[in-house]
Design a protein around this ligand. Structure first.
Ligand SMILES: C[S@@+](CC[C@H](N)C(=O)[O-])C[C@H]1O[C@@H](n2cnc3c(N)ncnc32)[C@H](O)[C@@H]1O
Length: 282
């Protein structure tokens, strides 16, 4: 797909709008240290346009000028660009599949090593630990989850393990996936929930950039969901290679329900459940 950035770079007759969009992205990458080149342009354009509407600025040039002179707008843009939408038990049908994988692994493994890659604010890895505690067929003491993200802020929230619902997000409803969620979170006076220490003990958080950092090794299961939808095509391959190298030979991979494995890497994985996007290495 030709993006406005590609057009701006490659065509001498590119419109000035393409050029200013490119200049704006380059500024954000260089001065604000957000790797715009890793993300697809339509996603970046939506985030920037939404900030332009909020600041009542009509074109990329005017918005770039504002960014250059206004640190608060820089922070607001970075905040809006960090793609951190997540939830407990996002796509519950996929969680049925994940629970089955943990059950299968529990039958044979004394220790189950799981990597929640691009874990955002921690609700995905905590969901993993909660399923392990909640399901009688899974030995929760064997489940070790490493949860990583590129965002230091998201990881800070994750380590705190405190979450608040909103008008549109009912955390209690999300947690009802479990048989007895009250055992794993402590309701707070302000309506929020604090993840219990027993659940936190199963999860270790660490910063990791899936594009630039090294692969890990020996994982039985990697969950990397809802990152590829934002990532520029060029970077999907290195990320999936990192994941494949991090899995043991017949380890499992779960990606987001709206995501696909690029054709050149399909041979690295066997499809176990195409609808739920569950794969096995090899
Ligand atoms: C939409 S969230 C997905 C959260 C969770 N996996 C889920 O499905 O609910 C995407 C996460 O990817 C993280 N991310 C973006 N680029 C990354 C990279 N290069 N390496 C690791 N994490 C990255 C973002 O910080 C964000 O927390």
């Amino acid at each position: 797909m030709t993006t406005s950035r590609d057009r701006g770079r490659n065509r001498p007759s590119a419109t000035s709008e393409d050029d200013t969009f490119t200049t704006l992205l380059e500024y954000i990458e260089r001065e604000l240290s957000f790797a715009t080149s890793h993300y697809n342009d339509s996603y970046l354009d939506r985030r920037i346009t939404s900030r332009m509407r909020r600041t009542r600025l009509e074109d990329y040039d005017a918005y770039l000028e504002r960014l250059q002179s206004d640190p608060e707008e820089q922070a607001a843009l970075l905040d809006s660009m960090s793609i951190n939408v997540t939830g407990f038990f996002r796509n519950p049908d996929v969680w049925d599949g994940i629970r089955d994988l943990l059950r299968t692994l529990s039958e044979t493994n004394d220790r189950i090593h799981v990597w929640s890659a691009a874990c955002a604010d921690g609700r995905e890895p905590y969901s993993l630990a909660m399923v392990a505690h909640d399901d009688p067929e899974i030995d929760e003491s064997s489940v070790h989850v490493i949860a990583t993200d590129i965002s230091a802020d998201a990881l800070e929230t994750a380590r705190n393990g405190y979450y608040q619902g909103s008008r549109t997000i009912d955390l209690g409803e999300q947690l009802e996936y479990l048989r007895e969620y009250e055992r794993y979170v402590e309701p707070q006076e302000d309506g929020g929930y604090l993840v219990s220490d027993a659940i936190k003990r199963n999860v270790t958080f660490d910063r990791h950039d899936l594009i630039n950092d090294d692969a890990k090794s020996g994982f039985d299961l990697v969950i990397c969901r809802n990152l590829f939808i934002y990532i520029d095509n060029e970077y999907k391959k290195p990320i999936l290679e990192t994941i494949a190298d991090s899995l043991r030979d017949d380890g499992y991979l779960v990606i987001g329900k709206a995501e696909t494995i690029p054709p050149m890497l399909e041979s690295s994985f066997t499809v176990l459940d195409g609808r739920l996007r569950i794969y096995q290495r090899g």
